[in-house]
Design a protein around this ligand. Structure first.
Ligand code: GRF
Length: 195
């Protein structure tokens, strides 16, 4: 049974779906939810689900990423996670931190990587006139939004879509994709999941 720590920055809808999936014969359980913002809505959701949670506000650390990450690591290591799942986590992590969890950290990104790494993915897909958009779960490496792909889900881009319309359509698929990918990953199976 793998122990999974989930890092969030906001509402944590992906965290909720991952936690909800991790029951019964699912080969992993959520052991901790962490946020870089004490006001992240997902923290209350985690507490309501009985999952231990913490927040390390990144702002007091200013540009000292290493100090922020040292505090983050202190909380994480206390829970002895096997896997770290980034779910709407909006801080770039240093190679030092990533080395600590090399090969056992996942992220979900709201585009069909390698297209549109970074921010504003939906607006960029619409502006490009893409017929399709979607989400990708990938292993986290030192290259931002560029690790080995572990799963993708596609949705149509419809005429008149606003970025919010597309984001909502993609989010529904993210909630299906991430639990499916984590299930395989927790069993050591890195074959990608395509929805
Ligand atoms: C989602 O679009 C996800 O792809 C991105 O953050 C957004 C919010 O996710 N990583 P959540 O509702 O906080 O899980």
């Amino acid at each position: 049974m793998k122990r999974v720590a989930i890092l969030i920055s906001g509402g944590g809808s992906n965290m909720v779906r991952l936690a909800e999936a991790m029951t019964g014969d699912y080969p992993a359980r959520p052991v901790l939810v962490g946020a870089n913002d004490p006001s992240a809505g997902g923290l209350a959701k985690a507490a309501a689900m009985g999952i231990e949670s913490f927040a390390v506000d990144h702002r007091p650390f200013g540009r000292d990423r290493a100090a922020f990450e040292a505090e983050l690591l202190r909380h994480l290591e206390a829970a002895e996670p096997d896997i770290i799942a980034l779910a709407g986590f909006m801080r770039v992590l240093t190679p030092e931190f990533l080395r600590h969890y090399a090969g056992r950290m996942l992220n979900i990104h709201p585009s069909l990587l390698p297209k549109y790494p970074g921010l504003h993915t939906h607006a960029r897909a619409i502006a490009a006139g893409d017929a399709e958009a979607g989400a990708t779960v990938h292993e986290v490496t030192a290259d931002l939004d560029a690790g080995p792909i572990l799963g993708q889900a596609r949705v149509p881009v419809l005429p008149g879509d606003t970025p919010d319309d597309l984001a909502a359509r993609v989010l529904v698929q993210e909630h299906r994709l991430y639990p499916a990918v984590l299930r395989r990953f927790a069993q050591g199976d890195r074959r990608p999941v395509f929805l």
